[in-house]
Design a binder for this molecule. Sequence first.
Ligand code: COA
Length: 376
Amino acid sequence: MTQTHHPIISSTGLYTPEESITNEELVESFNAYVQLFNRDNASAIEAGEVEPLATSSVEFIEKASGIKARHVMSKAPILDPETMSPRWPARSNDELSVLAEIGVMAANQALERAGRSAQDVDAVLCAASNMERAYPAMAIEIQQALGIDGFGFDMNVACSSATFGIQTAADYIRAGNARSVLVVNPEITSGHLNWRDRDSHFIFGDVATAILVEDSSLSPDNHWDILGTKLKTVFSNNIRNNFGFLNRASPETEGTADKLFVQEGRKVFKEVVPMVAQMIIDEAARLKVDPHSLRRLWLHQANAGMNRLIAQRVLGHEANDDESPTVLDTYGNTSSAGSIIAFHLHSDDLQAGDTGLICSFGAGYSAGTVFVRKVG
Ligand code: COA
């Protein structure tokens, strides 16, 4: 008789950096930078050779995105108009990397909440947008720091990294190649954000999340049955970051602004909302789940307006905060971690039998759905 394996989510973990930047603080610093730039370039601006920079506004940011503040790993240098980038002391190769450090903190919380020790885990996937280096894999450093005997590797599917990680972990379990997999999403997005770009300087925040995906034979009393996972990618240049070693092969492009995050926000909004809403509805049909009956949606946290539209199409009515909770207001867009933060902070109150959806979307384009049902 063949043994069947079924994946569940045993627990999640969250690490939130202590420091946070409000919209007011951010705009004050950005506008100081604009003043400095316009003053330093006054004659070129007057001669029509340089475009003057425009100021940012707190009202615009909150209205366009729903973001009121974001946590960061390094506040003062980001707010310094002369620096506008995170900074911390360099660490030697013998010290734990900063990205691994926050991943370990989220992972430890997930293990603790499931009543597991590192010895119970077979694999670590570091699934995130912003890896600190090329190699060795962040996942292997996290594995070593936790004391896990097994294997680990990195995967980057931008904002959808966590759901792609969950499906990958679930597939290891379905295939019988692992019984307990930690998916870790450390997102220090502040390093790849262009804090001098008015169109996007307000978008991102730093955080780390972790998800423990296990075989149902190991499940703790309270857990989430994974009903089904679905992934989709469609190539687009509308969210792009060209940072990479091969840029050095083209000296004329080295150091230009597109080596940081750039996007066509309007196009992203228009193209991604229908794609994701349809994907959720199709996947619900495949799983024989009535989308109108979903108790809660834990959506990717990029923009409050996008989430409102997607939730409305899926649920058939305008969602309230209980049906589609947001963490955008205090965390900003935390890339792959956003839907997991929402799930982590807003899932304990659900009852056994309640069905919900974790859903991510972002650069690639990439989108992932994880339908879950509360057990216990
Ligand atoms: N402060 C004040 N005004 C600003 C501004 C700022 N920081 N940034 C832009 N504006 C102005 C623009 O100049 C424009 O002015 P105009 O109408 O006079 O030309 C106006 O505000 C609207 O700009 P636009 O870029 O069209 O804003 P938007 O309403 O599309 O909102 C986003 C911008 C980025 C918040 C929104 O498009 C979005 O969230 N899109 C989806 C992004 C996403 O999910 N990305 C995934 C990342 S992983």
